[in-house]
Design a protein around this ligand. Sequence first.
Ligand code: NAP
Ligand code: ZN
Length: 364
Amino acid sequence: MKDFRYFMPTEIFYGKNIVKNKAELIESFGKRAFVITGKSSSKKNGSLEDVINVLKEKNVDYYIFDEVEENPSLETVEKAAQIGREKDVDYIIGIGGGSPIDTSKAVGIMLKNKEAEIENLFTEPKLESIPIIAIPTTAGTGTEVTPYAIFTDHRVKTKRNFYQKVFPKVAFLDAKYLMTAPESVTINTAIDALSHLIEGYLTTKANFLSDAVAEKGIKIFGECIEAMKNRDFTYEIREKLLLMSTLGGMVITQTGTSLPHGMGYSLTYFKGIPHGRANGLLLKAYLELCHDKKKVNNILTLINLNSLNEFGCFLQEILGRKESINKEEMNEYAEVIINNKAKLKNHPDKVTKEDIFNIYKKSL
Ligand code: NAP
Ligand code: ZN
């Protein structure tokens, strides 16, 4: 077996009403909290209210930034950081999907390093963050346990990870916050988590422990397939999806992601296709390209499907009608990924621009 390291410093608490039950822990982070969230969902699903109740009960001063958009921009990070600096906050509570939690991580760096400029997120890998508490309300990105944060960068016309590594200190997982997620968000985010598990399982950096976690996550996804087809998202199914998503985050923390994520960023940037859906559209053709047939078959066995065609039919059923993309666009996007050495390095086999083009062509 090859040597490996497994690092997961985020303390994870799972349970119904966990935020309320961990009020002392939240209080221990300081006297001024900065709550960073999206525009509306955290007000509807109860997560923001739970957090505010704890902060009020513990007499913690708090400020709310509720302007994080999907696929957050660096401009949003800058705006939130300016407010956080003015208020001199001690820590951040990021509530929402990947977008607000990723924003929290970058703002955390800007607050810890008062002289830092937004550009330094991509030039200074060693910068640290003030403490982050992450409360996910989607089951997809796993960002509550990863060190990554992804931003839309208009200068390079794609999305990219910042250079630092910021693990949230604490992740609070409560499936009740997911109950308001609409079908489309639930499906897209679940497919994002599945992509993390699958890509992580098949990367060059996969190891004994990351594989154990990935296999467990993929199996849990398999238990949700019928519910996904029937759009029947009960509390029990949401619990499974949430845990699967956190397992996906634990996997990519060790392994990174590879081709579907790298290729999906162009679909999101140029076509506005949601992140998880973008990965999902590409997954079957990507698996067809993968040479490690033993692992590909393991994936199918774990989700209880007999063939990649069956897997493709399932994805088609839940993702619905595909977007159309012309050949010039596919060529342009293939060029982007072929220049993304980090993603290519994670894929165990040599891939050409033609391979990438063919994945787009087969998928869209
Ligand atoms: P998101 O962009 O955070 O949110 C998508 C939509 O879902 C928003 O409209 C949001 O509304 C809504 N929403 C969130 N929770 C909801 C709930 N409980 N009920 C109803 N609506 C809800 O989506 P995401 O897929 O979780 O995050 C995607 C981002 O994460 C992308 O930028 C992606 O690149 C990144 N990502 C990061 C990592 C990582 O490790 N850091 C990994 C994978 C992906 P509001 O705006 O009103 O909140
Ligand atoms: Zn993802």
